[in-house]
Design a binder for this molecule. Sequence first.
Ligand code: AMP
Length: 122
Amino acid sequence: MAYDENNIFARILRGELPCKKVYEDDYALAFHDINPLMPVHVLVIPKGPYTNLEEFNAGASLQEMGGFMKAVAECAKLAGVDASGYRLVANNGADAHQEVPHFHVHIFGGRPILGRMIKTEN
Ligand code: AMP
């Protein structure tokens, strides 16, 4: 799938749309989700133009991939959930209902999560 340069996160990366920034470095930008589902709900996105994990895996250097994972861990620390725990979610592709076509990881935390895994209807 061709990367959509006008997706919401691409526009945030270019500074065309605002965000409540949590963290930024050479590899990642992190900001609060506009519609938080938990007391802590932070989105971490790589800076490169990757629609999903497949594109990230195919196109990103190991430095970019490692830098991104380091940023996720740093964000959990900055959000104050590193000690209490948190859940990482990456909705990847149609079956996972990925809404924004720029690869991203959700950090959910700030209270105990009900259930051991996200429950689905089947
Ligand atoms: P998904 O692609 O399904 O993993 O979810 C995309 C997430 O992006 C949702 O949780 C939205 O609430 C969030 N979102 C959409 N637009 C914005 C925005 N402008 N700023 C912050 N979060 C957003």
